[in-house]
Each structure stands twice: as structure tokens, then as C-alpha cells.
Design a protein around this ligand. Structure first.
Ligand code: ZN
Length: 139
């Protein structure tokens, strides 16, 4: 089977047009800046949970640090951005999260996360909500 002279073009196109990796050095700089600030997890904060992040955890750990976009990149138009790339690289739009919290959030808006958090907190005084990540004292 022939794959043509440039079999990697498909892969290269995908990498090139991923707004999160297009401007790699800027993204790495933003990531380092959030880490240097020792930011807590904004999602745990919204739920009134213990929000500190252990920045030394390996990247695949559920409680590891991840960069999150407050206006999700897939919803950049709603945030008034001119492009997905601008949305992904605007430092004011970035926040720190635990990996598991970020996965739970998906592309919910900040308002949607707040609504879920306030609903859960009314139902149970502990306000643990639906977040999958156990708090440190629950481990
Ligand atoms: Zn969290």
C-alpha cells in the first residue's frame, strides 16, 4: 500500500492547528508562571474544598497540576476572543487545576461550574459535590 511521499503531513497538520500547542514557548511560559505563583485549584476553590496543588506530583497523577482555560478553548467565541489560539494563550484566561478536576470540568463554563457547586453546597453542608478527586484527609 502506498502512503504517498509525505506520510507525516496529516500528523503535522493536526499538531500545527492545535491552538494549545501552536505557540509552544508562550504556553510553557504561562505554565511556569502559574506554577511559580503556586496557584490553588480554582475548581476546588469554587466547591469550597481544600484547593492546594502539590506541584511536585508526576503529570499523570490525578492530583497533578494542569493548566486550565476559564473560557474553554472550544468555546472561544463566547469569551470574545478572535481565535482559539488567543483564548488558549491569554494569561488572564488561565488558571491552575488538579488533573482530575480539569477532567471532571470538561468544557463547562465557569458559570456552569459555579451553579453546580452552589447546588451541591445547598444539599450537603460539606459541599463535596461531584468532584472525583478525594480530599487529602479522605485518602
Ligand atoms: Zn481540584
Amino acid at each position: 500500500m502506498s502512503v504517498g511521499p509525505f506520510p507525516f503531513w496529516g500528523l503535522m497538520a493536526r499538531v500545527k492547528f492545535n491552538p494549545r500547542t501552536k505557540n509552544g514557548s508562550r504556553r510553557r511560559g504561562n505554565r511556569a508562571r502559574l506554577k511559580a505563583e503556586g496557584r490553588p485549584c480554582w475548581i476546588c476553590q469554587t466547591f469550597g474544598r481544600y484547593a492546594a496543588i502539590d506541584y511536585s506530583l508526576p503529570a499523570r497523577h490525578p492530583a497533578a497540576f494542569e493548566v486550565d482555560e476559564l473560557v474553554p478553548v472550544s468555546r472561544w467565541r463566547e469569551g470574545g476572543y478572535r481565535s482559539a489560539e488567543e483564548c488558549a494563550n491569554d494569561y488572564a484566561n488561565l488558571a491552575a487545576t488538579h488533573r482530575a478536576c480539569n477532567q471532571w470540568r470538561g468544557n463547562k463554563s465557569v458559570e456552569e461550574v459555579r451553579a453546580i457547586a452552589s447546588g451541591r453546597q445547598r444539599k450537603s453542608a460539606g459541599g463535596r459535590g461531584d468532584l472525583p478527586l478525594p480530599q487529602p484527609w479522605e485518602l
